[in-house]
Design a protein around this ligand. Structure first.
Ligand SMILES: [Mn+2]
Length: 245
C-alpha cells in the first residue's frame, strides 16, 4: 500500500428479505472515510472462493448492524420475539469471519455485527433482552431518542483493548438500538464493556491483531464523541499497519 492509498475495508450489507435489495447506511461509510479508510460493500451472491478472493484484497472488515441472526446457529428454536432473519446474510458473515480470521485481518463488529462475531466463534445471544434478561432496573436498549444521542453508560474493563483505545474514561456514554445482545461469550473472547444491567456491550479477542465488537453505534456518535472517533481511527490504523506483513 502506498502512502496515498487508503486501507480497503469490506462491509457486510443489509438484506431486505421482502425484495432482496442490499443496502448500507451511509453513516458507516462516512465514519470510515473520516478515519482514513476506503469502504466497499460485499455482495451476497458470492461463492466461498470468491469471498476468499475479495477478502484477500481487503485490509479489514466491518460487520454492520441489522436484524436478527437465525437461532439455529447456536442450537435454539426461534423465540416468539425474534425479528426478521436473512439466512443468506448470516451465511455470508459466517464465511467472511472465517476467511478474515484465517488471513489474520482486523475486524470490527457493530450491533448485530458484534453478535455475529460471538456466534461465529461459538458463543450465543439473547434473542430478546426484555423477555430473557431480568433485572431490577431494565435499561432502554431500544432507546427513545435519536441515534446521535447517548442514552446509557457502559463500564469499560481495565486492561481491555477498548480501554487502551478510549483512554482514561472508565465510563462511556453510548447509544442503544438493539433488542438482542451477547449472552454466552465465545471461547477466546472477553467482555470489554458492560451496561449497568449486566448486558455485555463490547467483546474483544486479546490474541488477535484487532477483533472488537461493540453493541452500540459509534457511527452515529463519532462527530461529537471522541471515544467513538478513536475507535474508528484505531480500527483503520490496525488495517494500515497490516501492510507489509
Ligand atoms: Mn445497549
Amino acid at each position: 500500500m502506498t502512502n496515498s492509498s487508503r486501507p480497503l475495508i469490506g462491509l457486510t450489507p443489509s438484506h431486505n428479505i421482502e425484495n432482496d435489495d442490499l443496502s448500507i447506511r451511509p453513516t458507516y461509510i462516512r465514519a470510515l472515510r473520516a478515519a482514513g479508510a476506503l469502504p466497499f460493500i460485499f455482495p451476497l451472491e458470492i461463492s466461498r472462493d470468491e469471498i476468499r478472493q475479495l477478502a484477500a484484497l481487503c485490509h479489514g472488515f466491518l460487520f454492520t448492524g441489522g436484524p436478527d441472526p437465525h437461532p439455529f446457529l447456536w442450537g435454539e428454536e426461534v423465540h416468539e420475539h425474534c425479528g426478521t432473519i436473512s439466512v443468506r446474510r448470516d451465511q455470508l458473515e459466517l464465511d467472511l469471519l472465517s476467511e478474515a480470521m484465517q488471513q489474520k485481518k482486523p475486524i470490527l463488529g457493530i450491533c448485530r455485527g458484534a453478535q455475529m462475531l460471538n456466534i461465529g466463534l461459538g458463543g450465543d445471544i439473547y434473542q430478546d433482552i426484555k423477555s430473557q434478561h431480568t433485572c431490577s432496573f431494565p435499561i432502554a436498549h431500544t432507546q427513545p431518542a435519536a441515534y446521535s444521542v447517548p442514552t446509557h453508560h457502559v463500564t469499560v474493563a481495565d486492561g481491555s483493548r477498548l480501554s487502551q483505545i478510549c483512554g482514561s474514561s472508565r465510563q462511556l456514554a453510548v447509544n442503544s438500538c438493539h433488542h438482542q445482545a451477547v449472552r454466552r461469550l465465545a471461547p477466546g473472547l472477553m467482555a470489554g464493556a458492560v451496561a449497568p444491567d449486566g448486558i455485555i456491550e463490547e467483546i474483544e479477542m486479546a490474541d488477535y491483531p484487532f477483533l472488537i465488537g461493540v453493541q452500540w453505534h459509534p457511527e452515529y456518535l463519532w462527530e461529537n464523541d471522541e471515544a467513538s472517533a478513536k475507535l474508528f481511527r484505531a480500527f483503520v490504523q490496525a488495517c494500515q499497519s497490516l501492510d507489509g506483513q
